[in-house]
Design a protein around this ligand. Structure first.
Ligand code: CTP
Length: 436
């Protein structure tokens, strides 16, 4: 049953004019070359959900690389070719690239002029895909622009909020689809269809995920950790027993309470104006590992090729959090702010949402916020220049004085710049005496 509905009007409404232009342009080029051309996959899904999409994935019945080159010429942008696979990438910018694939099997057997129904090459291309909702295409040739091609009832599955594989071997063919099924299910609030769920569980049980390369696993995992619903995806991965493959020796149920509160904590911290959004994934990654010991965490960082700098952040968070929490718990009069600040500043900012989630109690959260404010406001106005002005030669003593100054500021002992200057002079006089 082939749905032949035209979705041109929905495309008009949801896609940006830039994307629409590219699609039309690609259709015209294909017409001039006598090829059929389609946009497939994520774009069709998103359009049907009424969402914008920048995910342009073209399938050409013809020479895809030639078509990509022509498109690149018209927009005056670079084209990366992969002749071995008959694919190309038209690179509009770092953030915006479009993929062009050649639907194989005898390119030249299907001249566009023939009034042939959607040919088997497109069918084959779509049949290789993961889920029915991702296996629809839309025609881009001028005389058929907007025609939906839906061999597997993807549109119905979209309507009924269902993630369904096309055949029983889908997960075995590409086990990364286990994670993708979870991602789409949670992103859209869908349900994995019962039979599909059975295949998925079976594949997990057979340990097939362990065969996926760490690079591909990380690519997908990072994608998940960057999604707004990352915490539900991690939960579902826990339910479906995927954690042992993805985070070896980390127990989901131990970290669940913190993961559950993480989105809320991230929002809170960003409301306070201190959330580095570019490393959202690291926020989750740290929370996932916070209950593990260093060896386990280190292994997982290594597995995924996490950079040295970021691995150090993870480890610093693991080392610091319980001490930080214990100090925040104590009645303020028994803890020096400077001491607490030192512990907090040894931890990466990306661990603060986790800290906030662990604190639980509203009063303690408020105290944490105040602390961050004090730290922010306590930067001394005095710097090395002043010490130099007093006639001291630059050396290790500078660092020492400035650290001491900062601690005094944090503990609220120095209010004005004059106070700071007096403190510095005093301190230096003592140090000089010490060295005499
Ligand atoms: N695909 C697949 N199996 C995979 C990865 C991708 O079948 N393991 C197919 C799907 O048809 C998918 C298309 O390739 O729609 C593009 O993949 P990708 O860009 O990774 O995913 P999107 O569906 O576009 O999802 P997102 O919105 O998260 O980018």
């Amino acid at each position: 049953r082939l749905s032949r509905r035209n979705i041109g009007w929905v495309m008009e409404r949801t896609l940006s004019s830039a994307v629409r232009n590219i699609l039309k342009q690609a259709g015209q080029i294909a017409d001039s070359m006598g090829y059929k051309i389609y946009a497939a996959g994520g774009l069709v899904r998103d359009v049907l959900l009424g969402q914008e999409s920048l995910d342009v994935d073209l399938v050409v019945e013809g020479d895809g690389i030639r078509l990509a080159q022509e498109l690149g010429k018209i927009y005056d942008v670079r084209v990366r070719q992969h002749p071995k696979f008959g694919t190309a990438e038209v690179v509009f910018s770092d953030e915006f690239k479009i993929d062009v694939a050649t639907a194989r099997v005898e390119f030249y057997a299907y001249p566009a002029a023939l009034p042939q129904v959607e040919s088997s090459t497109l069918h084959q291309d779509l049949y290789r895909r993961d889920f029915t909702i991702n296996a629809m295409a839309v025609a881009l040739n001028e005389n058929s622009f907007g025609t939906l091609i839906d061999f597997f009832d993807g549109r119905e599955d979209l309507q009924y909020h269902t993630v369904r594989v096309l055949h029983n071997l889908s997960f075995i063919e590409d086990p990364i689809r286990i994670l993708r099924a979870i991602r789409f299910e949670q992103r859209y609030g869908f349900k994995i269809e019962p039979q599909t769920l059975k295949y998925l569980k079976e594949t997990v049980r057979r340990g097939v995920l362990a065969r996926v390369s760490n690079e591909r696993l990380w690519e997908e995992l990072k994608h998940i950790l960057l999604e707004p619903e990352a915490n539900s995806m991690l939960r579902r991965m826990g339910e479906l027993a995927v954690w042992p493959d993805v985070f070896p020796r980390v127990n989901y149920w131990e970290v669940e309470p913190v993961l559950k509160d993480l989105p809320q904590s991230m929002r809170q911290i960003s409301d306070w104006g201190m959330m580095p959004l570019n490393s959202r994934w690291l926020v989750y990654f740290i929370a996932v590992l916070h209950w593990s010991d260093t060896g386990v965490a280190r292994n997982i960082c290594e597995k995924y090729g996490i950079s040295k700098r970021q691995t150090e952040k993870v480890l610093a968070a693991l080392q610091g959090w319980s001490r930080a929490v214990a100090l925040i718990w104590k009645a303020p009069q028994y803890v020096k702010v400077s001491h607490l600040a030192k512990v907090l500043l040894q931890m990466p900012r990306e661990s603060y949402p986790m800290l906030l989630a662990i604190l639980e109690d509203e009063k303690l959260k408020e105290r944490f916020r105040q602390l961050l404010n004090i730290i922010e406001d306590s930067k001394p106005k005095t710097n090395g220049k002043y010490i130099k002005h007093l006639g001291y030669r630059p050396g290790p003593v500078y660092r020492e004085v400035l650290d001491a100054l900062w601690r005094e500021r944090l503990d609220g002992n120095l209010r004005t710049e004059e106070d700071e200057h007096a403190f510095v002079r005093d301190y230096l006089a003592r140090v000089t005496k010490r060295s005499e």
